[in-house]
Design a protein around this ligand. Structure first.
Ligand code: AMP
Ligand code: MG
Length: 354
């Protein structure tokens, strides 16, 4: 479906502008909104036509469902069927915040939101602007990341404009996103029958934090690996090549010294390092850094912006320093792995991926 080119308004977070944005949402239009994770492309989740526009504006595959954002725990009542006790406890511990829960869907949620699944993804964001817009519009907001499908998610309003100018009614500038990667997604639909919660996508709430509240959590194999051909994805978004810049990204696993030697040995036209701040001094190729080596929160905060910078600088191949996959690092590793199309080189000899 192609849409006529429209003028995209850039709004601020003043009460007047938020009112305009809320009016647009209520009228079924699309608005780019800040959240604490990444910018979202929001529409009234209960308006099937508005939801269809999200898929068109992003070029998003129809089988990739959307997350519905609410402003208070009780707002989930019309969206879901039975709510397991685990969901209530996680909401009490981590909402508002970067945690999405998969629950059984009610008949009120348009099928397009859930891409035909009988479940729905629900999150209560903590960003004050997201919160204010849900309240002011009176709509639960379906909002995937506000990038063109496949590109790195936008973490500030200018990046949303880059992808969405002329495709959506407005973007609300709420400053840069605090977390920088998308929410943790946990599937609780098996809990009623005694099953464990299942982590489908790592994010700002870590597996350890989930386990502190609900006990053992299963990690879906798609979190750290590539789905085999023909295997159904528990989280459809995980099966797509994702977060990818035009540049080829290769993850290099090894000590900081191994990494520097490997990258310096490949210096040449269009080669760059996607490195940690601390690596810069030892590298003899152009560097784009994504945070500090022992600070996964700083890596999450900068990764998507760094991926977009690679393309702005005309980089053809970026060798990425490998993050630790512990704690918040798992979310960083999960995104980088997809940006790299699963191409990982172990400096000590083993190569995985394509
Ligand atoms: P994004 O909106 O870009 O953060 O992507 C939303 C993510 O949540 C994607 O990976 C989806 O596949 C996943 N998701 C949304 N709804 C569901 C659902 N009902 N079941 C499983 N995964 C979901
Ligand atoms: Mg996305």
């Amino acid at each position: 479906m192609s849409e006529a080119k429209i003028i995209t308004r850039l709004l601020s977070d003043t009460p007047d502008d938020l009112r305009q944005a809320a009016d647009l949402l209520r009228a079924g239009e699309l608005v780019g909104i800040p959240t604490e994770t990444v910018y979202g492309l929001a529409a009234d989740a209960l308006n099937g036509q508005a939801v269809a526009r999200i898929f068109a504006a992003k070029g998003r595959p129809q089988d990739n469902p959307l997350i519905v954002h609410i402003a208070a725990v009780e707002d989930w009542a019309p969206l879901v069927q039975a709510v397991p006790d685990e969901a209530r406890r996680l909401a009490a511990a981590y909402w508002p915040g970067p945690l999405t829960m998969i629950l059984r869907r009610s008949g009120r949620v348009p099928a397009a939101v859930s891409a035909g699944l009988d479940t729905v993804a629900v999150r209560m964001p903590s960003h004050p602007v997201a919160h204010a817009l849900i309240r002011a519009s009176g709509c639960p907001l379906a909002a995937p990341s506000a990038n063109r499908s496949g590109s790195p998610s936008p973490t500030d309003a200018a990046r949303v404009m880059e992808d969405m100018d002329g495709r959506i009614a407005a973007v609300v500038d709420g400053g840069p996103c605090r977390v920088g990667v998308e929410s943790t997604v946990v599937d609780l639909t098996g809990c009623a029958a005694g099953g464990r919660p299942r982590l489908l996508r790592p994010g700002g709430v870590t597996a350890t934090q989930l386990e502190a509240v609900v006990g053992p959590v299963e990690i879906d194999p798609a979190v750290t690996g590539r789905l085999a051909e023909g295997v159904a994805a528990a989280s459809p978004g995980m099966k797509y090549k994702h977060y990818a810049p035009a540049a080829r990204v290769v993850i290099v696993r090894g000590t900081p010294e191994d990494y520097a030697a490997f990258v310096n040995g490949r210096a040449g036209q269009g080669v760059a390092a996607l490195c940690f701040e601390e690596d810069r001094g030892a590298l003899r190729v152009p560097c784009v850094s994504y945070g500090r080596r022992d600070d996964p929160a700083s890596q999450a905060h900068s990764l998507f912006e760094a991926l977009r910078r690679l393309d702005e600088q005309g980089i053809r191949t970026a060798y990425a320093a490998c993050p630790s996959a512990e704690g918040m690092g798992l979310a960083v590793y999960n995104r980088l792995l997809r940006a790299a199309g699963f191409e990982v080189i172990d400096v000590n000899g083993q190569t995985t991926g394509s």
